[in-house]
Design a protein around this ligand. Structure first.
Ligand code: MN
Length: 241
């Protein structure tokens, strides 16, 4: 039996970190795969991330139905983003959905969101753009059922970021700390790339494909004393685990 209580606390803390860094605002969410049962995941009830507490965390099946059917608390509409990614990508253990403004230009133009920063190596690849209109026509753009979710999860491919046209993105990580840092640095990468495209008249030096896969000292799991970034993110948000 894993320490479910500690993981629940970490997930609540991750919500506050993402809010503090401006990755999420009133909307957006982060989940973690259940440590004792890979067919379930943990996610807050419908709440702004900066207010999420451990008691808000619920368990869901991969079809995004609640494990406890009697729990009538309000739930995020877009939880199929999480369930569908866990269903299709067994190596992924944490998922973030956000509407970070910096990434939006890359969802509505043909300019690819491509890693340019060493700290964005976690993206693993150029972020594909998923357009809900391609398969589902005119919708409210929300990933509100499992057909939407599975189509999005398929678009993720081998990378860790999939952009959602006119909406935001979904980020996948092997741990909570990995997903949080990938979400933060994807947003920062988007901001810096946009600036570089402007001052460089479109000429930018991207990370080489081999630089995205070269082994490095960055700890993907994001835990332990070697991960200063994770410690700093926690401290800045006033989170202690
Ligand atoms: Mn959304």
């Amino acid at each position: 039996m894993s320490d479910l209580k500690a993981l629940t606390r970490e997930l609540a803390g991750a919500n506050r970190i993402l809010a503090h860094e401006g990755v999420v605002d009133a909307y957006g969410h982060i989940s973690v795969r259940h440590p004792d049962d890979p067919t379930k995941y943990l996610l807050s009830v419908s709440k702004s991330p900066e207010f999420v507490e451990p008691d808000d965390i619920m368990a869901f099946n991969l079809d995004s139905t609640a494990v406890d059917k009697s729990d009538n608390r309000s739930k995020y509409i877009e939880r199929p983003i999480h369930g569908s990614i866990y269903e299709m990508h067994p190596e992924i253990n944490s998922v973030v959905h956000n509407h970070a403004y910096d990434v939006i230009p890359f969802t509505i133009t043909d300019v690819p969101l491509r890693p340019v920063l060493h700290s964005a190596r976690r993206m693993k690849d150029i972020a594909p753009v998923w357009d809900i209109h391609d398969k589902f026509g005119d919708t409210d753009l929300l990933v509100s059922n499992n057909d939407h979710g599975r189509d999005l999860a398929q678009s993720l491919g081998k990378g860790r970021v999939v952009l959602m046209r006119g909406h935001g993105c979904a980020i996948a990580g092997i741990s909570i700390a990995d997903a949080v840092q990938t979400a933060v640095y994807t947003m920062v990468n988007a901001r810096i790339l946009l600036q570089a495209l402007m001052i460089g008249n479109g000429q930018v030096k991207y990370l080489h494909p081999g630089e995205l896969t070269a082994p490095g000292s960055q700890n993907e799991g994001g835990k332990g004393k070697h991960n200063r970034a994770w410690e700093t993110l926690m401290a800045r948000a006033g989170v202690s685990l």
